[in-house]
Design a protein. Structure first.
Length: 640
């Protein structure tokens, strides 16, 4: 009876502890609501208001099914952003609030996942709950996750983790149910786990690693002597091992193709990146080392989301840290395999980190480094550290004390980092200082400084520094030139003809249209003699012909810019032809602005035509916008 009461008290204490952990993390994250939109936020979120605002299911469907961020389009993540549509682009706080709440939900899910996992491993009930609580608390408070939570677009990572952890929890429940012989209920739970895995995949593509995660969990369970049955063996082979092999074969195939090409041609496969595949693999060894250091030893500040200036490894000896980290990772992973039965949970945590980096830190030619890539992998290292505290401290009191110390340390660093993110003008200065080679950090600093009343000169200096970096995007040079024009500053170190050539093959950049619009506004400035009608046409055509923009709406807006420059040049007939002959289905508000432009230049027939067509194409758009368009059309027709 007394043991039952003790267990009940422990359960209540753990529940209160979990509530306390979530409440404290939530409070510490609140200053982060002052953060702002950054980088890729501007690539995806502007389409929230493309049609005015999302007013019905048709517009919602158009937004969530036309994503271009990844191979799947990530419709589940886009659906979550649609819930905050009314806050774009003026108020980041509601977006950030949802991110924080999702992060707290993940803390709870991680706790539940570990509780279920430890139950399958037959870990002592009390030890399991304390270990799960410490690991979940430290993971939730870890400052390395700030760029996942407060970088708005990385809700995709947080949302994928939500469905990922839920899928694993349900899988473990399904496994236990199947072992008890309840095939129907176990099959239903297994199906639910599969649905959650698909939702994770439609949030972000690194959910393809879920089968590998489950394979690792199965290996852990079987090594510990857990039960097995024909049903669980069948599930393991079909639903875990088979899809895992598909992922591994895909990665091996990419590596093999590159190796064969190297043997045949004496060089690696051509890459759109500034590094080759083998250079990436060598560099990732150092980057994984950076990740490990930042997870094990939390820091108050880092370069945030800006890592584009990272030094590439030219060989295993250059820099020397390349070979050092390759050996370290080999030893860590190798020892984790060798001692997997003796130190099961610790070794599982180490292997979890490496398995979950196998996609984004190997042969897939993504950008080199982002902190948010550690959102799921880091829980392995944190679990290993938490296990060490629980198992190497004998006294229950000291176990709790050790966990509190680690949690408090993470909270302190979390507060420093969140507070910085909540002050964008101060944050960009720190990020530029942390990574002075980052063109993106300098560009973001320029954007934020330009919004300050007296920040224009500083913004121009940031753009100049960014343009002069070796790895600068040609659009940065264009932006620097256009911004200088607006300020009346002369620029003699930017060659627009060279930039035009580079734009045809440059990487996709959300700034393309805004920068060209900024340039269009600079016509007539004495400080900007290079901006001629012919040059502007060439720049717009270069962006339109860049294949990387093919799946985006950039060509549609480039066509609009081309028509506007023709109007500016005194060629309204050419502008009318561009608008009338357009094959794009456009947002009605864009059509209305185009019709107004044509009408103001005497092209009433063209204005009436495109407006009539726009209304027909937008029958299910916002009724208020349609009524405005119909009223505008009637006035134009009356003037004809």
């Amino acid at each position: 009876m007394f043991s039952g009461l003790g267990a009940k008290r422990d359960t209540i204490a753990i529940s209160i502890g979990l509530f306390f952990v979530c409440a404290v993390i939530f409070i510490v994250y609140l200053p982060g609501l002052g953060a702002t939109f950054l980088l890729d936020d501007y690539a995806t979120l502007p389409y929230l208001t493309e049609w005015g605002h999302i007013a019905n299911l048709t517009e919602l469907k158009h937004f969530i099914l036309n994503g271009f961020t990844g191979p799947t389009g990530r419709p589940v993540s886009l659906l979550s952003f649609a819930a905050n549509a009314s806050s774009w682009p003026d108020n980041p706080a509601p977006f950030l609030f949802v991110n924080i709440v999702l992060h707290l939900a993940n803390v709870i899910l991680l706790f539940l996942f570990l509780i279920v996992l430890f139950a399958e491993l037959k870990v002592n009930h009390q030890t399991a709950r304390y270990l799960a609580l410490i690991a979940a608390a430290v993971w939730g408070a870890h400052p390395y996750h700030v760029s996942s939570v407060l970088y708005i677009i990385q809700r995709m990572v947080v949302l994928e983790a939500f469905f990922n952890l839920a899928a694993i929890c349900l899988y473990l429940i399904a496994r236990r149910t199947l072992l008890r012989g309840n095939l129907m209920l176990g099959g239903a739970a297994l199906l639910g786990s599969g649905v959650l895995a698909v939702l994770a995949l439609l949030s972000k593509e690194n959910a393809v690693l879920i089968p590998l995660q489950l394979w690792l969990i199965e290996a852990l369970l079987l090594n510990s002597g857990a039960q097995d049955s024909p049903a669980t063996r069948w599930v393991r082979r079909v639903a875990i091992i088979l899809p895992s092999l598909v992922v591994l074969i895909y990665l091996a195939n990419r590596l093999g193709k590159n190796l064969l090409y190297l043997l045949e041609h004496g060089r690696e496969l051509p890459s759109r990146r500034e590094f080759s595949m083998f250079e990436r693999l060598m560099t990732e060894a150092r980057i994984l080392g950076d990740y490990l250091q930042n997870i094990i030893i939390p820091k108050g500040q880092t370069a945030g989301v800006f890592h584009d200036g990272y030094v590439i490894s030219a060989s295993i000896w250059s820099p020397i840290s390349t070979i050092v980290w390759m050996l370290v990772h080999g030893c860590f992973a190798g020892l984790a395999v060798v001692f997997r039965k003796r130190f099961q949970i610790f070794c599982f945590g180490v292997l979890w980190f490496y398995v979950n980096h196998i996609l984004e830190s190997s042969v897939v030619m993504l950008e080199l480094k982002f902190e948010h890539r550690n959102y799921i992998p880091s829980l392995g290292i944190i679990l290993a550290i938490s296990w060490f505290i629980i198992n190497w401290v004998n006294s229950k009191r000291y176990k709790v004390f050790g966990g509190l110390i680690l949690f408090s340390m993470c909270l302190a660093f979390l507060f420093f980092r969140v507070s910085l993110w909540g002050q964008p003008e101060k944050a960009v200065g720190v990020w530029v200082q942390e990574n002075p080679r980052s063109s993106r950090a300098l560009e973001s600093a320029a954007v934020i400084y330009s919004k300050a009343p007296d920040g224009h000169i500083m913004a121009l200096k940031m753009l100049e520094r960014s343009y002069k970096l070796q790895n600068a995007n040609p659009l940065v040079g264009l932006k620097y030139y256009a911004y200088a024009c607006r300020l009346g500053a002369e620029v003699d170190d930017v060659d627009l003809a060279e930039i035009e050539k580079e734009l045809v093959r440059s990487r996709l950049d959300w700034q393309a249209i805004p920068v060209l619009e900024l340039l269009l506004e600079s016509f007539g400035s004495e400080a900007c003699e290079q901006i001629t009608i012919a040059r502007f046409r060439g720049l717009v055509n270069a962006v339109s012909n860049n294949r990387k923009y093919k799946r985006t709406r950039v060509p549609m807006y480039a066509e609009d810019l081309m028509a506007r420059v023709e109007l500016l040049h005194g060629e309204p007939q050419v502008a009318k032809s561009l608008y009338v002959d357009s094959n794009y289905t456009k947002p009605l508000k864009l059509v209305m602005s185009q019709a107004l432009l044509l009408a103001s230049h005497g092209q009433l027939d063209g204005a009436a035509y495109i407006l009539h067509k726009g209304i027909q194409d937008a029958k299910e758009a916002d009724r208020f916008v349609i009524e405005q368009a119909e009223e505008m059309l009637s006035k134009i027709v009356k003037d004809l």
